[in-house]
Design a protein. Sequence first.
Length: 105
Amino acid sequence: MNNSKENPQSLFKPINLLIAVIIIAVILIIAFSNLLEDPDSRQMRQTAEKQLRLFARGYSLNAIDCEGIDSNNDGWVNCRADDRKGKLLYLECPYQVTDQECRYK
């Protein structure tokens, strides 16, 4: 009979600690970026993303995201979506007028 005692795998190996630190850092970065986002930018982004999702559903696209900054103050923000083949598409979506559809750039 073999009565050798094997050491259990340590949870605190350097690679496990590194992975844990990276995961925690990513979570903290996402949390702080959401907390520090300007409320006006958040409102613009959320409204435009709703418009993007509606547009994407009607044209068989996958909505990705929208920016929260209107760089030229025209009521439209830059958004991204991809088609079913994975091709990235750049769109502009309105954040003020809800009866307009997104448009291709």
